[in-house]
Design a protein around this ligand. Structure first.
Ligand SMILES: [Zn+2]
Length: 406
């Protein structure tokens, strides 16, 4: 059973008011608990943590995990033996199930991220309850008493823009807040909508608060303050900025990547998981007074693709608008979308082993064509490159590469 939501709210408030030492202690205790759970209930972690001390409070003792590695061992990774990769893939592939929960208890989210490997993430009821508690803490930080009164009593609205659409937008982000009195005042919007349409929808909705999307692997990662820093919910998340050799990076220095440990979600433990973002931790206290660690995320920039319409005007799409539709196609292990000109795109795909490359390619072509047509870009020429996705010199995959006029 999930911890009682009221207790989570009180805990969250206490942590926000507490000192750095108290927060660090809570985080160590939560980490130790999650490691015990992972070792007990996940065959994957049991094997990987063999030989480690019985009690773990120092995260640096734990091996790194990656999406490619965890996805390759999905059935051993999950802590509920009733859930298999085949079940989740079938669930995600069925549009009739959008808005429903897998096995009646898990919300499913998909992601590609910077490595281009498709990830399937399950959000359990504890994680949903923590997401709600963190959202309430965010609201009480962001809003003046007057704003909060407007939100709760006089019809003020909260808008959430979700990255992945489909199951996630109608599930985790929205459902966690669409309860009780606030139901009609919380709107979930998808980044897959055309930008002008999204802006028009948000303007029409007139929200008091616009909540950003967070990493799918940890939906309650952080929230921003009025000084433009993101404060990490460090009572439920451990973030470790590291260099290319996974060694700690000092505060104030941009990291190569960041390791995330989600201390709430028990169905699919995420421990020292390479998120692929470069982050910088603020070395001094944030002027907003929030004691939670303040970071700036520098990686995974929201590249924009600009296309020419037949009438000469420009249409702009976010890279997520295109990449997120490919995340939902089964049988594609890696994909890369390259804009080759103002009216042309090419796709590079790496099919999963045992998949028919022709049918995966056809599905990808159809889905991208559908998105382009929705945005009035039916004239954009879309080709399939027979080559697999190209990697950067550092071995990273850029999932979407916008065209830059030279
Ligand atoms: Zn701040």
């Amino acid at each position: 059973m999930p911890p009682h939501t009221l207790r989570l709210l009180l805990d969250a408030r206490a942590a926000r008011r507490g000192d750095a030492e108290g927060l660090a202690r809570r985080q160590r205790d939560q980490l130790a608990d999650m490691v015990v759970h992972a070792r007990t209930a996940s065959p994957y972690y049991r094997r990987h943590y063999q030989g480690l001390p019985a009690t773990i409070t120092d995260p640096q003792l734990l091996p790194i995990t990656t999406k490619a590695e965890l996805m390759a061992h999905f059935d051993e990774w999950v802590t509920d033996p009733a859930v298999t990769l085949a079940d989740v893939e079938a669930f995600v592939a069925d549009p009739a199930l959008i808005g429903h929960q897998l096995a009646g208890r898990y919300t499913v989210a998909t992601t590609s991220g910077t490595t281009g490997v498709r990830g399937l993430f399950l959000v359990d009821s504890t994680s949903m309850a923590v997401t709600s508690a963190m959202a309430v803490r965010m609201l009480t930080d962001w809003l003046s008493a007057a704003d909060l009164a407007r939100l709760l009593t006089r019809g003020g609205r909260l808008a959430i823009v979700a990255a992945t659409g489909g199951h996630f937008a109608s599930g985790a982000a929205a459902a966690s807040l669409r309860r009780g009195r606030a139901a009609s005042r919380v709107g979930a919007f998808s980044v897959q909508d055309p930008l002008p349409q999204l802006v028009a929808q948000l303007n029409a909705f007139d929200p008091v608060v616009l909540a950003p999307y967070a990493a799918t692997e940890c939906p309650f990662l952080s929230y921003s303050c009025q000084y433009n820093w993101s404060h990490v919910n460090s009572d439920w998340v451990l973030l470790e900025p590291v260099d290319a050799d996974y060694q700690p990076v000092a505060d104030g220095q941009p990291s190569h990547t960041v390791l995330v440990s989600n201390l709430a979600n028990r169905i699919q433990p995420i421990l020292r998981y390479d998120l692929g973002d470069s982050v910088l931790v603020r070395p001094d206290p944030c002027p907003c007074g929030n004691p939670l660690p303040a970071i700036r995320v520098q990686g995974r920039t929201a590249d924009l693709l600009t296309f020419a319409r037949p009438d000469g005007t420009a249409a702009t799409l976010t890279s997520l608008t295109l990449s997120s539709v490919l995340d939902r196609i089964p049988g594609i292990q890696q994909s890369q979308i390259v804009q080759t000109g103002p009216t042309s795109l090419t796709l590079r795909l790496r099919p999963a082993p045992g998949t028919d490359p022709a049918s995966a390619g056809q599905a990808a072509h159809e889905q991208i064509t559908h998105v382009l047509t929705d945005h009035g870009l039916g004239h954009v020429r879309l080709t399939l490159d027979p080559e697999p996705p190209h990697l950067t010199a550092g071995g990273k995959l850029r999932v979407v590469i916008p065209w830059k006029p030279s």
